[in-house]
Design a protein around this ligand. Structure first.
Ligand code: BTN
Length: 266
């Protein structure tokens, strides 16, 4: 089949960039889900640093099995990583990804913030999401898939009505489109920077930077985990990336993952 302009341009781009974490870039016009393809490749021994990128997805997946709407104009990629880090530090990879996305958006003059654990928002509206999937064998990480979806050159009106009011895009915030490959280069460069910190065991630095870019701490929140819904004040993040919550009933909870809502936005 003839290569599309998108595939051609992105393959050419991958040959020009020299970013440590990028070992191989596999480019598709359309996939079900880049995370799904990346996972299959990882299970078939794809090398560390394999990146799957698609112009659009027809079965994009979000956290908690939700759909991730993935029309043309967005950025959809998944990294296959085999980091040699302690298993309990795996959640920090979602901080690495959130920091990479946030700082990339900042470079366009927009003020993006992170909502725990890793939603990236501009003006209180979601602009990017991150989906981490990992496989661990005998307490050793076999692979982690870091899926990143960004509403880049998307008209919010093209997303389904139920999420329009909580979503935004780079195009909407800036009032013009952004160059796809320029954005991708900055994103991968930033990812490489934060990923190196993780591999170099600079956990405190990642946590501090995450705290500087997040707007969750100090907020009254409602967190839905897979087993319960808790309400209270988010007072800190621990060294492994767990949210520390002081519930309204006075209990202290340590939460690995969940859906976080800010009570002042309910
Ligand atoms: C979320 O906020 O719920 C996470 C959304 C993650 C979406 C990205 S798009 C690229 C990768 N492939 C997927 O199917 N999902 C992730």
């Amino acid at each position: 089949m003839k290569e599309s302009v998108f595939v051609k341009k992105t393959v050419a781009f991958s040959k020009k960039i020299h970013i440590n974490v990028v070992k191989k870039l596999l480019v598709f016009d359309e996939l079900g889900s880049t995370n799904m393809t990346a996972k299959e490749l990882a299970q078939g021994n794809a090398e560390d640093g394999t990146i799957v990128i698609a112009k659009m997805q027809n079965q994009g997946r979000g956290r908690f099995d939700r759909d991730w709407q993935s029309p043309k104009g967005g950025m959809y990629l998944s990294l296959v990583l085999r980091p040699i880090i302690p298993v309990e530090k795996t959640p920090l990879l979602s901080f690495v990804a959130a920091l990479a996305v946030t700082t990339t958006i900042h470079s366009y003059g927009l003020s993006a913030t992170i909502k725990w654990p890793n939603d990236v928002r501009v003006n209180g509206k979601k602009i990017a999401g991150i989906l981490l999937e990992s496989e661990v064998n005998r307490n050793i990480i076999s692979f982690v898939i870091v899926g990143i979806g960004i509403n880049l050159n998307i008209k919010v009106e093209h997303l389904s009505a139920d999420i329009q009011s909580q979503s935004t895009s780079m195009e909407k915030e800036l009032g013009h489109k952004v160059d796809y490959h320029e954005f991708l280069k900055t994103l991968l460069t930033q990812f490489d920077h934060y990923y190196n910190l993780l591999v170099d065991e600079q956990y405190e630095q990642i946590r501090d930077e995450w705290k500087n870019h997040a707007d969750t701490l100090g907020k009254h929140v409602r967190v839905r985990t897979s087993t319960e819904t808790l309400q209270g004040t988010a007072y800190d993040i621990d060294q492994a990336g767990f949210l520390l919550l002081q519930t309204d009933t006075g209990e202290k909870k340590r939460i690995l993952s969940g859906d976080c809502l800010y009570c002042d936005e309910l």
